[in-house]
Design a binder for this molecule. Structure first.
Ligand SMILES: [Cu+2]
Length: 336
């Protein structure tokens, strides 16, 4: 009984020390959403439980190894113990209760962070290798930057055009898969004005780690003026070249094609128009309008030498004839 009391005392001390240590580790960036409050509380409960379980296992193990070690020269057998019903019931029932409580807490937390509110603003999120696009149906605009008013509940409707991605802003804590052919919901109410980053939290290929988007949480008035300015800017795109540039960003060409000569995933668009292009079948072509249009509609047809067939094949369904003309007009302007 004395051993048990001493070991229990050490378990308590190690639990407290472990909990303090884990708490000071600062594992998460600053919190910036309503949902995150619940998540951080849950994290805290888990970390304390982890500290306790660690102490329970390690302290009893080390205590036994040190205190009950065999004397040198003592080769006799240990005492034979056949079961201990009380102990066995305890170590079955106690974990059962703990797991049931954690399960209950998990369900309640999930219910809280996914709860809808009546005044939600909708943002449709389209992810693709390797870019994000945010459509604001109520405001009637499209952006490659995620701009949100502070303290406004937001319902993200998330999808993907190719593989599975995952929308995650670490400061908001919550995240959600973006699945092709499905629309998944995520609810966030940002609480702190500031700049953050969207990260993709699902391994999605070569540029996964660079699949970022800027997030700006603004005061309501500033958000409204951003909406006004964006609508005016988009309405002002009255030349094919300007619309092409907008498409280059919004349709995610930017994720694979640079404008400055660097090779990202696909060939750079710098000096593309009129360039003599080597293809991987040994032939070469002049990059004229027909070639560029064909490259957008049927990327697998003519593969540029040194590159893989990685360009999405479905732009023919996404882009209109006019969109493609605008893109070609824009590509023509990119030369040094
Ligand atoms: Cu991704």
């Amino acid at each position: 009984m004395k051993h048990f009391a001493v070991a229990t005392f050490i378990v308590v001390v190690v639990t407290v020390a472990g909990a303090v240590l884990l708490d000071s580790a600062d594992l998460l960036p600053p919190l910036a959403s309503v949902q995150g409050v619940t998540i951080d509380w849950l994290f805290d409960v888990h970390l304390k439980l982890i500290a306790f379980l660690f102490a329970l296992v390690v302290v009893f193990m080390l205590y036994c190894i040190v205190v009950f070690r065999g004397k040198p020269g003592d080769l006799s057998d240990g005492k034979h113990i056949h079961g201990n019903t009380r102990l066995e019931i305890t170590w079955t029932v106690v974990p059962l209760i703990i797991v049931a409580i954690m399960g209950y807490i998990g369900v309640v937390t999930l219910r809280d962070v996914t709860a809808s509110s009546p005044d939600e603003m909708v943002v449709e999120v389209t992810s693709a290798q390797w870019s994000w696009r945010f459509d604001y149906p109520e405001q009637g605009l499209t952006s490659t930057e995620l701009v949100l008013p502070v303290n406004q509940p937001v319902r993200f409707e998330i999808t993907s055009t190719d593989v599975i991605h995952n929308l995650w802003v670490p400061e908001f804590r919550v995240k959600q898969d973006a699945v092709p052919g499905a629309v998944n919901l995520l609810r966030v109410t940002p609480t702190v004005v500031g700049n953050y980053k969207v990260r993709c939290a699902e391994l999605c290929g070569m540029r996964h780690s660079q699949m970022l988007a800027d997030v700006r949480v603004l005061e309501r008035a500033e958000f409204d003026s951003w909406v006004g300015a964006e609508i005016a800017r988009l309405a002002d795109l009255d030349t094919p070249e300007a619309r092409g540039e907008q498409l280059y960003q919004a349709q995610g060409c930017i994720g694979c094609h640079s404008l400055d000569g660097t090779i990202v995933v696909g060939p750079t668009w710098l000096n593309l128009y009129g360039r003599q292009e080597q293809l991987d079948d040994g032939t070469s072509v002049i990059a004229d309008e027909d070639y560029i249009r064909n490259s957008i509609l049927y990327p697998a047809d003519q593969i540029v030498e040194g590159f893989q067939n990685l360009m999405p094949g479905n732009y023919g369904e996404i882009l209109s004839e006019n969109d493609i003309d605008d893109l070609i007009a824009y590509i023509k302007t990119i030369k040094d």
